[in-house]
Ligand binder design. Sequence first.
Ligand code: BES
Ligand code: ZN
Ligand code: ZN
Length: 497
Amino acid sequence: MKIEAKRGEVLEEVCDVLVVGLFSGQKNFGGMIAMLDRASDGLISRVIKEEGFVADASKTLLVRTDGRLKAKRVMLVGLGLSDRFTLETVRCAAASAVIVIRQMNVRKLSFTLVSSGKGDVDAHGCSQALTEGALLGAYSFGRYKKEDGKTPKTMMILAHDRQTLRHVQKGIEDGIRTSTAVIFARDLVNTPAQHMRPADLVDAARAIVKGKGRLRVKVYDKSQLERMGAGGILAVAQGSDHQPYLVHLIYRPSGKPKKRVAVVGKAVTFDSGGLSLKPADSMTTMKCDMAGGAAVLGLFNVMNELSPKVEVHGIFAAVENMPSGSAIRPGDVVRIMNKKTIEILNTDAEGRVTLADSLSYAAKLKPDVIVDLATLTGACVVALGEEITGVMSNDPKLAQAILASASVVGEKMWELPLEENYKTLISSDVADYKNIAGKWGGALTAGLLLREFVGDISWAHLDIAGPSFAERQMTPYMRKGATGHGVRTLIQWLKSF
Ligand code: BES
Ligand code: ZN
Ligand code: ZN
């Protein structure tokens, strides 16, 4: 779908569908809708009344105009109450409209800007949110199944004056960029593990940097990992027929970088649990266990255009966790790149073992900040549910910065504590640490183990086990399947430097 800005008036707009937002709980129609209603001899208000349409958030009503307006149809999309109006309302409204429209034969779609009139949502933010909602709402994973709808060819966002037009254009640009990154991550995660092996993630990384001057990639294979002493990555991978890789992407800004940051992802292409095999039902979605790595790749896919002022290192260990005669056993002890040892008591707690190496590698680069994203624990999903990411950090300022960025882009995140008293739970009789820690607070004890591998570098850990893969439709722009959660927060955070 091509999205463009255009200077124009709603009454003059020739299109298949004109989408207009409507707040609920208002006695009189204001502005745009009143204008369309007058021009159509009261058609709009008549249909609203007849259908008993209440403009709750994301509800839609389609009105055929039969020649009374230049637009063939007007689609009203509910925005809910005006005092709860945010950019997230706009994203959901745009996606709801597009979902209905994809079931119709529409080529040319036009959107009007929405605002509650309280200055809460400006033209730039609004058009970015419209773009994101439309593109992410229209997303479907079509690799193995025919597309389940028809996306319009073009989408126009109308601006009434020159200055607004410029803001709208910029908003569309930003929205296309973030959506491209999210969709890139979604496609990687949705691809079954059969076609998304560690080597496929390496290929994806290589394809991203190709022809882009400011991007580079280093790939370490099994024999190099052996030389580096990356015992955690090797241990988790040793039961699989597919060899592990450590991938290191680098972006350098044109000027002197303001900061150097590392973004680390968990990238287990399939998590069977290993010898501590998962029950069948828990395994069905475990192609999603590389969602952290996919978020890193999604980000790097748009890094050149994003061109943040910081140097960014994207790091992930691509491995598959399988049971076999060569698999790591409960009781085995592995040595991580930073020389610390971990006793493996449950081979299903593999993410923290691979991340121990990835984080050690990241820490060696001496960045100012490390942020990791990992589908790390079921316990985090127990604590916060399917839609909220758990944020743990050794630096309250960094945690606040991540939470603030998440809130701007509408990704739900909540801070969890790294409780010092729980440190005893990860101490082992035979090694420096063990990889499981009893029954309670599993997200926290996993976070505490990760912390041991970042030294004194400012670090935040995002446990995305819940939100990375939707087992039901979460919002209109997040249908079942991979969500690309975390990507938009990372982009927003990098922009803030
Ligand atoms: N990949 C899983 C965590 C997960 C669970 C991700 C649900 C997405 C949805 C992780 O490797 C895992 O298996 N963790 C175990 C740890 C336990 C053995 C200490 C868990 O959470 O059950
Ligand atoms: Zn696991
Ligand atoms: Zn896992």
